[in-house]
Design a binder for this molecule. Structure first.
Ligand code: GUN
Ligand code: ZN
Length: 429
């Protein structure tokens, strides 16, 4: 066993923050050799329960759960900040050409390393991640994640129409490849597979149907796609699927809405769509830096809360402009102002934080596994230095309560706050 002493941030079962100014986190290995939280709480009480444990003391630091990014594209690492009129030209001019290069295993492997280094520097310990349509890109991703001992989810992108040469796949082969990758990687070590149709406009009915069949055959895999991000995209989807009630409804028809299904964006929704999300246990990945950057629109946080939809925060790099969860949380705060009808804060700081840790884990069906530091959780955690910059140091001194402390970090923080990222499982050689 091993213990860490510092300020300690966790969340209770209702998603409310629990903060010990002088806290102690005790971890120990499970049968699989992963460090799990054994005990956590105020230093005095927890230390008394574990008198012999070795303690590492980090004065002035905050131990917090690793962040969970609910939607990101590892092959888009190099196209962050690509200027475009909107989603569809951005895909055509930057995204598809960049993704075409992932047929080369060496390129995929090189970018995967850069991607994971960037996640670790920014304190993201789990992500639900698009690869490309090339199985090689998935191999590169999982091989690197496995070596690093990370809990990561990814899958081969399915896109058998309306896509250029170089990224377009073939219907039957794409489904054979998907099933082979599920068998090779799903639930191996800390890895999980996501069945990943890019979005309805780039898949034929046959491909979507096949994806839904695989989703039924492997019910604990994830489903990962995009929906209702951009008005031109919505119009296109409606033209292609005239029988569906809405764009979201297309996915229901193919068996692609269930628990562990995650759709990025979910902006241009009505309440019937929101109810469908709730009733099927499907989650939204909210990507405010991407939505602001591409001019897609504003996620309706009040609408999602009113209906009771599952959602969590996501960077959506490379449409998103930062790997940093601090930048994503701040953008979510701004977007929460849009259409706000209730007086007061947009979204309280501790709720922004929960939506990027424990709440995101809940939306992924991984509550009690990641995103929190309660007993039993895998010990993926961060050591934050809340005085990492001169301005932060001044602000932190003046914080009167936990919400002000968290908000100072959300507004002023970035990767400089993350002093260490500690992973539950040791890397393999
Ligand atoms: N819709 C379909 N593909 C993509 C993508 O790569 N990024 C975003 N933001 N939206 C998409
Ligand atoms: Zn995306």
């Amino acid at each position: 066993m091993q213990a860490y002493r510092a300020s300690l941030l966790r969340f209770d079962a209702a998603g409310q923050p629990v903060y010990d100014e002088d806290g102690l986190l005790v971890v120990g290995p499970d049968e699989a050799g992963r460090q799990r939280v054994i005990d956590a709480g105020p230093h005095g009480a927890v230390a008394a329960r574990h008198p012999d444990v070795a303690v590492t003391h980090w004065p002035g630091r905050i131990i917090a759960p690793g962040f969970v990014d609910m939607h990101i594209h590892f092959p888009q690492t190099d196209i962050i900040g690509a200027p475009s009129a909107g989603l569809l030209p951005w895909l055509e001019n930057y995204t598809f050409p960049a993704e075409g290069r992932f047929s080369e295993p060496a390129h995929a492997a090189e970018v995967a390393e850069v991607f994971f280094d960037e996640l670790m520097r920014n304190g993201v310990t789990t992500s639900l991640t698009f690869a490309t349509s090339h199985p090689q890109s998935v191999q590169a991703f999982f091989e690197s994640a496995q070596r690093r001992g990370l809990r990561m989810i990814s899958g081969k992108v399915l896109q058998d129409r309306h896509s250029p040469d170089g990224v377009r796949d073939k219907t039957e082969q794409s489904l054979i490849d998907t099933e082979a990758l599920i068998r090779q990687w799903h639930d191996v070590d800390r890895l999980g597979y996501a069945i990943t149709p890019r979005f309805a406009p780039t898949s034929t009915d046959a491909q979507l149907r096949g994806a839904g069949e695989l989703a039924a055959k492997y019910p604990d895999t994830w489903i990962h796609s995009h929906v209702a991000e951009n008005k031109d995209e919505v119009k296109w989807a409606r033209e292609l699927f005239p029988g569906a009630r809405s764009y979201l409804d297309v996915y229901t028809g193919f068996g692609l809405m269930r628990e562990r299904a995650v759709y990025a964006h979910c902006i241009h929704f009505d309440d019937t769509d929101r109810l469908l999300m709730r009733e099927t246990g499907t989650a939204a990945a909210v990507s405010p830096t991407s939505n602001l950057f591409l001019g897609s629109g504003f996620f309706d946080f009040e609408g999602a809360d009113r209906i009771g939809c599952e959602y969590g925060l996501a960077s959506d790099v490379g449409g998103g402009t930062s790997f940093s969860p601090f930048r994503t949380m701040l953008a979510a705060y701004y977007v929460g102002r849009e259409g706000q009808t209730k007086p007061g804060l947009s979204i309280p700081p501790s709720q922004l934080w929960w939506r990027h840790t424990g709440g995101a884990a809940h939306a992924l069906g991984l509550e009690g596994v990641i995103g929190n530091l309660q007993p039993g959780c895998e010990a993926d955690f961060l050591v934050l230095n809340p005085k990492a910059t001169p301005l932060l140091a001044r602000k932190i001194e003046r914080a009167n309560n936990l919400e002000e402390l968290l908000f100072s970090m959300i507004v002023l923080g970035d990767d400089r706050l993350v002093e260490r990222t500690v992973i539950s499982q040791a890397p393999s050689a």
